[in-house]
Design a protein around this ligand. Structure first.
Ligand SMILES: Cc1cc2nc3c(=O)[nH]c(=O)nc-3n(C[C@H](O)[C@H](O)[C@H](O)COP(=O)(O)OP(=O)(O)OC[C@H]3O[C@@H](n4cnc5c(N)ncnc54)[C@H](O)[C@@H]3O)c2cc1C
Length: 560
């Protein structure tokens, strides 16, 4: 029996499943070939990489989701309608079967030809891109995926895996051990120990026990479509706002671009609940949404993004340069590059408390997104820090939490936080500020239950029954992997352009008659942008702007 799952209320059906006008079909037909199909003929199997795109000319194409013991009809396409969703851009494996529901004719287009068409035909690009993105959103909303995560909301590994899949836009089904005793029985049956949680069932049959993000990416074939051995015009390390912006500008200007990202596109910004000061978004935009848009935009122009691979070394002693990537510390593939853009950002400082590691993900968080806000709805929470990210988190969490305690080491917020945020915090009855105060203890059994803080002026320590702490206390640069290739400042941020002193250049043996370009490091053709760069502003807009400036300099270096 077949069923069609209803659409979510937010999805206008004619945008998700549009019918193309005859003139639009004709423009696509010029890039493909007509193909006759018989009823029941399978065009694409689930788990296959999308090699072709189909437009229905006559007959009907069905999209079928494989399900336990039965099949589910996701949608049917009639004449003028087309197949495909976000995997068409990324080249990742598809989730459903595509087959002819009735005999007829389709136009079959190679994926590469389709990508070329999207770059040149503005009208079709808009229709197809919007449909692909909305279809993926629908799949996520309906939980139509090939991954099941069995775990607990109180387990750091489970939160990591859910976040990894969410931030990579991959639909999954989540079963919670705390709410479903049947799941625990199932795990006991397979002798799954607590250390094996979460268990991830990948593509229906592969069972992974507490897998790394890289293992999940491998199983789902996230990077299968990407040639990592080819020499690139530019390899960008880091897929945060800076790296994605460089990818969009580079690829749209004809460069062969590869991005290497150790986790998920979006970087720190991807964990931001609402970015309100980014140009063009007067109502604000969530970091996740901004990241998804930028990632899709980069792919549209032909940039490729390797996910869940960590750059472990920059081979800087020869040209072309090479980036060594692989599982952290294990070494691996060498990706050759004519130029390199480093956009590895910075990582949040951790609270100097011995028991911290026990509670990370189990009460201590480094991002305040919708997911975390749901976990602490109705509870008291602590936000540590005095910068804009701490302010945003406090205001955002105050919408759902009973009370937000801001633990602030300094005398006040004026020097570190934007005025608009300070005003909102001052005006909010649910936010309490504790100035000149430090967190001194985290306690609990499994999950955080109590938090101690000390007033540094009086020395008084108070312990409160608080189950959620958001650490928003600044960042350290992700530059240790560079192993002495580049001049860094005292805090480890990368020096560029005019910030490089004659001594820095002499120590680095700068070989050229010209001075380094803006954003160029002490190594010719290697650039640093965004939060990882010494003196950067630590803002999404500046990171994005630096991405575009670096690409202009890459063109100059490639022409040298
Ligand atoms: C919660 C929060 C809220 C914020 N809100 C705002 C805001 O409202 N407005 C604003 O302007 N700014 C905001 N910021 C700051 C803003 O997010 C950063 O300035 C911006 O993300 C910097 O971008 P980036 O690309 O330089 O670095 P990042 O965003 O840090 O991205 C770096 C990327 O590099 C990857 N990476 C690191 N090392 C490696 C490696 N060795 N190999 C491969 N990949 C690697 C990381 O996984 C990461 O994805 C916020 C930050 C946070 C955390």
């Amino acid at each position: 029996m077949t069923t069609t799952v209803p659409l979510t209320r937010t999805s206008p059906v004619d945008q998700i499943y549009p019918t193309l006008a005859p003139a639009q079909v004709a423009r696509i037909a010029a890039h493909g070939r007509p193909r006759r199909v018989e009823e029941g003929e399978v065009l694409v199997q689930p788990g296959e990489r999308p090699a072709h795109f189909f437009v229905v000319v006559a007959g009907r194409i069905d999209v079928i989701r494989p399900a336990e013991g039965a099949e589910g009809l996701v949608v049917s396409f009639g004449p003028g309608m087309f197949t495909g969703e976000a995997t068409m851009l990324s080249g990742r494996r598809g989730l459903a079967q595509i087959r002819a529901g009735a005999a007829g004719e389709v136009i079959e287009v190679n994926r590469d030809d389709l990508l070329a068409l999207i770059q040149t035909d503005g009208e079709l690009s808009e229709i197809l891109m919007r449909a692909f993105i909305l279809r993926r959103v629908e799949l996520i909303a309906r939980g139509v995926g090939d991954v099941v995560v069995l775990g607990s909301s109180h387990c750091q590994g489970t939160l990591r895996v859910r976040e990894f899949l969410t931030r990579n836009g991959h639909p999954y089904t989540s079963l919670d051990l705390d709410h479903d005793p049947g799941v625990q029985e199932l795990l006991d049956h397979f002798q799954v120990r607590p250390a094996d949680v979460p268990v991830v069932i990948c593509r229906g049959d592969v069972v992974l026990r507490n897998p790394t993000n890289q293992r999940i990416a491998e199983c789902l074939g996230f990077n299968d479509a990407i040639d990592q051995t080819k020499i690139r015009d530019v390899v960008i390390v880091g897929g945060g706002p800076a790296g994605l912006a460089a990818a969009v500008y580079g690829a749209s200007e004809g460069l062969d671009v590869l991005v290497v990202e150790s986790n998920a596109p979006g970087g720190q910004a991807g964990g931001s609940s609402r970015i309100e000061n980014y140009l063009g978004f007067p109502m604000g935009i969530s970091g996740q949404e901004l990241a998804e848009r930028a990632y899709t935009q980069a792919q549209k122009f032909g940039a490729q993004v390797v996910i869940a691979e960590h750059a472990t070394r920059l081979a800087c002693d020869r040209k072309p340069y090479a980036i060594e990537i692989g599982n952290r510390g294990a070494g691996g593939q060498r990706v050759p590059a004519r130029t390199v853009i480093i956009a590895t950002g910075a990582q949040y400082r951790r609270l100097p408390i011995d028991s911290l590691a026990r509670f990370e993900g189990a009460g201590v968080y480094y991002a305040a997104t919708f997911m975390e806000s749901q976990l602490c709805a109705g509870d008291e929470v602590v936000v540590v820090g005095a910068g804009n990210s701490a302010g945003q988190a406090a205001v955002f969490l105050a919408q759902t939490a009973r009370r937000v305690h801001m633990v602030i080491r300094s005398e006040g917020l004026a020097e570190t936080m934007s005025r608009y945020l300070i005003r909102r915090i001052e005006d909010h009855p649910g936010i309490v500020r504790h100035l000149r105060t430090d967190i001194v203890s985290l306690e609990g059994n499994g999950h955080l239950e109590r938090v101690g803080w000390r007033d540094n002026q009086t020395g008084r320590v108070e312990t409160h029954a608080v189950r959620h702490v958001f650490a928003m206390t600044g960042a350290v640069p992700s530059t240790r992997w560079l192993g002495g290739c580049l001049a860094l400042d005292a805090k480890g941020f990368i020096k560029t352009g005019p910030d490089l002193s004659p001594e820095d250049l002499a120590a680095a043996r700068w070989p050229l008659a010209r001075a380094p370009h803006l954003l160029e490091t002490s190594l010719p053709g290697v650039f640093a942008i965004g939060d990882v760069r010494a003196g950067s502003l630590k803002r999404v807009a500046s990171a994005v702007g630096e991405g575009s400036i670096a690409v202009a300099a890459v063109h100059r270096v490639l022409a040298e």
